[in-house]
Ligand binder design. Structure first.
Ligand SMILES: *Cc1c(COP(=O)(O)O)cnc(C)c1O
Length: 431
């Protein structure tokens, strides 16, 4: 059906300029630091922008060390590798540090959280999601340790910028002498019990990818408390050169350092992080007010103990307001029913008017590549569920949120008028 000629949407005009999900917002300072790097010829993976960006991020997060790297994924890889080495010792040439080891990983997250576990030869076991934060369910984690008591590594993500219930997870980790790698790629600036996400695990990771809350166009950082860890990561990221007059190598190396040009953009963005945080929260609150009369909820958080960075506002349709909606591995079908809607219909309507939404990140245990890995829910070993939404049939929380949820346009530069139109389009979907 053509949305633009559907009478339910009559009177709504297409956006003149596209409304993005989450795009970069440059402020001008970025240009200055990039220009300075070029004018002073510091165009490599050494330079003042890198040092400044590292110091400023460490200060903002209130953690001693931040190491600037090529991407959040690179930071996760080195974090997971270092955790593996701490737990199981140095891997011989040609081997990963996690070979044959199970690792407990958030199920509802971007694949970049989990891929580095596989780079190191680990076997991810996906931990189901809790409804309260859409993050790793402590009860499912507990169950996973009951089933696999030898596991020593947890890799978790703070989905869409909402902090996990870290105290509960930390307590379970400590009881099993497990390390936590914290993927804070989406949650920079989010706070749990007064502390910044990224600093709550044993090793933390942030990202400056183009769609994150601040950006360097790309880039990431590993943050940690121990100088030894920071030095190790710095060395690995620059090909693991030893202190010798020639290229001397005692361990595997990577070319993962951040460029001083990228660091110039990051350096220019850092002062605007508080402004971006405030703007993202305003967007969330405007959606909350504007959609309050519909049979939907927004992505929740633990309001007593945490404050998200509100990177993306997400919508979850109440079960009884779901119109029929099915997905295959590459396609989707739905029907329109008065008073009801579906993520497929809402995303199509938003796209037709020039606004970018996105489906909820498809849980990793449903991904064809990861389907044979373990997946644990509160009630024990789970299995990949169907892609069809059948009300009340989903026993795993991630699949249920994936079927009923979507990410709304959450761009800093979206005007209030544009956001009101997005809200109106969503209302019309339920007519
Ligand atoms: C963006 C993202 C990453 C990867 O960061 P890059 O800098 O793009 O490599 C990792 N984990 C999550 C949860 C992300 O959203």
């Amino acid at each position: 059906m053509d949305i633009l000629t559907d009478p339910r949407f009559s009177g709504i005009k297409k956006f003149e300029r596209k409304v993005w999900l989450s795009s970069p917002s440059m402020h001008g300072d970025e240009q200055r630091w990039v220009d300075e790097a070029i004018q002073t010829n510091w165009v490599s993976t050494v330079g003042a922008n890198i040092t400044a960006a590292e110091q400023q991020m460490a200060a903002f997060l209130d953690i001693p060390y931040a190491v600037a790297l090529a991407s959040g994924t690179a930071a996760l890889h080195l974090a997971v590798r270092l955790a593996g080495e701490k737990l199981y010792g140095q891997a011989p040439a040609g081997h990963g540090t996690l070979e044959g080891r199970k690792v407990f990983v958030s199920d509802m997250t971007f694949a970049a959280t989990d891929n580095p576990v596989c780079y190191e030869g680990g076997e991810p076991v996906f931990i189901d999601t809790e409804r309260e934060t859409w993050n790793m369910d402590p009860a499912a984690l507990e169950e996973a340790f009951r089933l696999y008591p030898d596991t020593r590594l947890i890799v978790l993500a703070h989905l869409y910028g909402t902090p996990c219930r870290m105290d509960e997870i930390r307590q379970i980790a400590d009881a099993h002498q497990a390390l936590i790698v914290e993927d804070a790629a989406e949650s920079l600036g989010a706070v749990y019990k007064g502390r910044q996400t990224g600093t709550l695990g044993d090793l933390g990771v942030i990202s400056f990818n183009g769609n994150k809350i601040i950006t360097g166009s790309s880039g990431g950082m590993l943050v940690c408390r121990d100088k030894e860890d920071a030095d190790r990561i710095r060395k690995w990221s620059t090909q693991s050169r030893e202190a010798a007059p020639w290229y001397q190598h005692e361990e595997l190396g990577y070319n993962y350092r951040m460029s001083n040009i990228i660091a110039g953009i990051v350096r220019g963005q850092i002062p605007y992080l508080p402004e971006h945080l405030a703007r993202k929260q305003d967007i969330y609150e405007r959606y909350r007010a504007g959609l309050a009369d519909l049979p939907v909820t927004l992505n929740p958080w633990d309001e007593k103990n945490s404050l998200p960075n509100f990177w993306l506002t997400c919508l979850l349709i109440d079960p009884e307001a779901m119109a029929p909606f099915v997905r295959s591995e590459s396609d989707q079908l739905w029907t329109s029913v008065p008073g009801k809607s579906s993520p497929g219909e809402i995303l199509q309507a938003l796209a037709a008017f020039g606004a970018e939404g996105r489906p909820i990140w498809k849980p990793l245990h449903l991904q064809p590549f990861y389907r044979s890995q373990g997946y644990i829910t509160r009630s024990g070993a789970g299995r990949g569920q169907t892609n069809a939404y059948i009300a009340g049939s989903c026993s795993d929380v991630g699949a249920d949120i994936f079927s009923r949820g979507l990410c709304l346009p959450s761009d800093h530069k979206m005007t209030e008028a544009q956001q009101d139109t997005v809200i109106e389009i969503i209302h019309r979907c339920f007519r």
